[in-house]
Each structure stands twice: as structure tokens, then as C-alpha cells.
Design a protein around this ligand. Structure first.
Ligand SMILES: C[S@@+](CC[C@H](N)C(=O)[O-])C[C@H]1O[C@@H](n2cnc3c(N)ncnc32)[C@H](O)[C@@H]1O
Length: 261
């Protein structure tokens, strides 16, 4: 998805209450938490508040995200939140370090899911909890569809897949957790809904500046997933959609929680 300012604006809307509500009942003071693929740390802050004086360790492969997360922790007074750059498939922590590993919109982006899950199992304490929340692209929508906006979602999925990602990961989590040996696995699903005029304005602006950015269009056309004309057509439909009083859009998410054997 990259690290553009428009994508960062999307991440800044997130927090633990809205994006990790499935995990919050499992958090209590004193736990050690790993926030894997923490990005700018907007969710990590709420996790840190819930487990203080326990610690949240945020890890992200991108150094610029770690700098943002560190700044958020120091301006928010979260001295129990620490961040370091690292790769989810080769973590710099000893075995059995964490009570909880939290991933939000991360497993869907890492090509080798089994390698990440193996590394998560290694750093979790026996009985520790893995929580993940990922997109279900097939269940996300713009409504009204304007006749063809659904096919933009299909192209988005194909593009994510071509980059090694997993656009339907949200609904695959329960099965993957079981396959990896987790027990007491629970799964749920939720929508991130865009309905108010401000939300519609935000979503339209985000999609225009991310999906229709020169980089995305170039990648999709190079992979042969859509033509420039197809993108132009979707853009005009999206502008019409935004002007409708009934415009509604969602991202669909799947969540799963499992216990390490
Ligand atoms: C969509 S962002 C989600 C950020 C944050 N969890 C959130 O939801 O606000 C995905 C993050 O995963 C990170 N990431 C991707 N591959 C990674 C890897 N192999 N190891 C660690 N982080 C990774 C990216 O750098 C990015 O910050």
C-alpha cells in the first residue's frame, strides 16, 4: 500500500477502540504485547494504555513508520510503548517473550503467511494469544455500485495478490490459525462504514489519491490488470457516486483470536 501521506491519513483514523475491539477484553495490566506491523502506532497507543505497566513492543519493517510511532508514544506519554524496525519473519526477540501478539492489516500484506505464523508462535508464551484483523476485499463495496465500481475492487484484489498479498485474508484467518496449531480459535467480522458527508468526502479523496495515483495505475497496467481507459471510467463513476446523497461505502474486515499451544 506504500507510505504516502494519503495512506497515512487512513491509518491515523485508527485506534484500539475501533480497530482492536475484539482483542480489548483479553488485555489487562502487566501483559507483554507485540504489535507486529505497527505502522505509525495509532492502535499501539490504546494497547499500551490497556496493559500498563506491561509493555507494548511495536515492530515494523519500515523505519519511517517506527519514527512516527515513537513520536506518538512520547507525545502521548506512553513510556511503556517502545518501537523498533524489524521483519515479521525474523524477529529480534527470544522465544516465549509475549503474552499477546497483535497484527492489524499486516498478515494480508506478507507473502509467506506460514513463516510469519511460525515466528509468532516462537515469540509467544505457551497459552499466549494471537490476534489478527485483515481485509475481506470481496465483501467490501461502494453502494450504489454505479454499474461497475465492484470491478475496481476486483482489480484492487488482483493487484494486492500480484504483489504477494492476500486480499481475502480476513475470512481465511480462522482456518490458518487452526492449521498453524492454535486452539480455541474465535473468528468475527465487521464493517468499517463510510456514510456521513465527511466520511464520503474522506473515502473519495483517499481512493482518488491512492487507487488512482500514477504509481497504482502504472502497476496495474504493467501487470495487465486494467487499462488506463478502465481507470478513467472508474474515476468518473466514483465522482458520480460521491455526489449522490445515498452514497455509502465500506471496508469489510475479518478478525480472529487463537491461543498458542
Ligand atoms: C496496512 S499497514 C498497517 C499498520 C497498522 N498495523 C495499522 O493498522 O494502522 C501494514 C504495515 O505492515 C508493515 N509490514 C509489511 N511487511 C512487514 C514485515 N515483513 N515485517 C514487519 N512489518 C511489515 C508495513 O510496513 C506497514 O506499516
Amino acid at each position: 500500500m506504500g507510505y504516502s501521506e494519503d495512506f497515512q491519513k487512513l491509518l491515523r483514523r485508527r485506534n484500539a477502540q475501533t480497530n482492536a475491539s475484539h482483542l480489548l477484553p483479553h488485555l489487562k495490566p502487566g501483559l507483554q504485547v507485540l504489535d507486529l506491523g505497527c505502522g505509525p502506532g495509532t492502535i499501539s497507543m490504546g494497547l499500551a494504555q490497556a496493559v500498563a505497566p506491561g509493555e507494548v513492543h511495536g515492530v515494523d519493517i519500515e523505519a519511517s513508520q517506527i519514527a512516527l510511532a515513537q513520536a506518538a508514544a512520547s507525545s502521548g506519554g506512553h513510556s511503556n510503548a517502545v518501537f523498533q524496525a524489524g521483519d515479521a519473519t525474523a524477529l529480534a526477540f527470544p522465544d516465549h517473550t509475549f503474552d499477546i501478539v497483535h497484527c492489524h492489516a499486516v498478515l494480508m500484506h506478507i507473502p509467506d503467511t506460514r513463516a510469519v505464523l511460525a515466528e509468532i508462535i516462537r515469540v509467544l508464551k505457551p497459552g499466549g494469544i494471537l490476534s489478527s484483523r485483515d481485509l475481506i476485499a470481496d465483501s467490501s463495496f461502494f453502494e450504489p455500485d454505479m454499474g461497475d465500481l465492484g470491478s475496481a475492487w476486483t482489480t484492487f484484489s488482483a493487484l494486492l495478490k500480484a504483489n504477494g498479498g492476500h486480499p481475502q485474508m480476513g475470512k481465511e484467518l480462522k482456518h490458518l490459525f487452526h492449521e498453524a496449531g492454535f486452539s480455541d480459535v474465535t473468528a468475527s467480522a465487521s464493517f468499517e462504514a463510510y456514510s456521513t458527508p465527511e466520511d464520503i468526502e474522506f473515502l473519495h479523496h483517499f481512493v482518488v489519491n491512492w487507487f488512482f495515483s500514477p504509481d497504482t495505475v502504472k502497476a496495474a497496467t504493467q501487470y495487465g490488470l486494467a487499462s488506463q481507459e478502465q481507470f478513467d471510467h472508474w474515476l468518473s463513476l466514483l465522482d458520480e457516486w460521491k455526489a449522490l446523497p445515498g452514497a455509502f461505502g465500506t471496508f469489510a474486515w475479518g478478525e480472529a483470536i487463537g491461543h498458542r499451544p
